[in-house]
Design a protein around this ligand. Structure first.
Ligand SMILES: NC(=O)c1ccc[n+]([C@@H]2O[C@H](COP(=O)([O-])OP(=O)(O)OC[C@H]3O[C@@H](n4cnc5c(N)ncnc54)[C@H](OP(=O)(O)O)[C@@H]3O)[C@@H](O)[C@H]2O)c1
Length: 273
């Protein structure tokens, strides 16, 4: 989809990829950026950068894991801004832990954001896109939507749900002018790693060896290109595309390497709830 003159909703716009992407969408000509996350101070800072490059910005401070808040805020967006041309479901959390080390509430939280938030936001804005006959939805996920490794169980399950959502929506919307892009990459240097401590240590050895760590700029450049090119999958690394190719031919080999060079299960469990 052409980005010029569009209204773009970005979730998780207060930090990392979402903050960088919001400014890049403004630079690419979007007329209005609608920025969602919990941290209002950080959202205001991103809005200031968006306005500095000539686009309008509006912020909504929201906890996207709260379905009632999603209903309220998406209604406000429809009334105050209009329905978006482009929806970018980027908000995400997920500390990499073994399932038995993960608090039960965290398992729900990691499913809520990214997956439920993406499904709820899409359900709220899709009817207007269908009525208008155009739209673009980008779901930001990771390599975990295809490959698994030890010690990141609830995170990987939620990434798989994002992939399922993207594939199912693409099937639903086949004969429409609404495009679905699914972003998946290896590690990106962003505040994600400090926001989700002890995750970086769980990157499997083979991934450290083969997958370059992307900058936010590289990830965002690929996402913007993916939107303008109506790409079904945005995979911003040649090495990762080669790994996927190898995985489709020899799934046992690639999955075996991800598992074998990943962290080792200890008998420690902290799930005492
Ligand atoms: N960094 C990586 O290596 C990497 C690789 C592949 C994919 N990704 C995906 O890229 C997306 C963005 O990650 P990032 O690297 O930019 O990490 P980040 O800097 O931690 O950003 C996460 C964003 O999600 C928002 N968010 C989290 N929980 C929320 C909630 N309950 N309600 C509303 N907003 C919420 C945060 O805002 P508030 O805290 O202000 O709410 C923040 O803006 C995530 O979905 C992540 O899984 C990251």
């Amino acid at each position: 989809m052409e980005i010029g003159n569009t209204t773009v909703v970005v979730t998780g716009a207060s930090s990392g990829i979402g903050a960088e992407l919001s400014v890049s969408m403004a630079l690419a000509g979007a007329a209005e950026l609608v920025l969602l996350a919990r941290n209002e101070v950080a959202l205001n800072e991103v809005a200031r950068k968006v306005e500095a490059v000539g686009s309008r910005a509006r912020i909504y401070s929201i906890d996207l894991s709260d379905v009632e808040a999603v209903k309220t805020v998406s209604g406000q967006i429809r009334n105050q801004v209009g329905s978006p041309d482009i929806l970018i479901n980027n908000a995400g959390i997920g500390q990499w832990k073994y399932l038995q080390d993960t608090r039960l509430q965290e398992i729900e939280n990691y499913m809520a954001v990214p997956y439920l938030a993406a499904a709820w936001m899409t359900a709220q804005f899709l009817p207007a896109m269908l009525e208008r006959g155009s739209g673009h939805i980008v779901n930001i996920s990771s390599v975990a939507s295809r490959l698994a490794w030890p010690g990141a169980t609830a995170y990987i399950a939620s990434c798989r749900a994002m992939r399922g959502l993207s594939d199912a929506l693409r099937a639903d919307l086949k004969r429409t002018n609404i495009h679905i892009s699914h972003y998946e990459s290896g590690p990106v240097e962003s505040p994600y790693w400090s926001n989700n401590p002890q995750s970086r240590e769980r990157v499997p050895g083979v991934a450290k060896l083969l997958l370059p760590v992307l900058s936010e700029e590289m990830a965002v450049h690929a996402i913007v290109k993916g939107i303008t090119g109506n790409k079904r999958f945005i995979v911003p690394s040649t090495m990762l595309r080669l790994v996927y190719l190898l995985h489709s031919a020899f799934p046992w080999l690639v999955q075996g390497l991800m598992t074998g060079t990943g962290s080792r299960l200890s008998s420690r469990t902290v799930n005492d709830y």
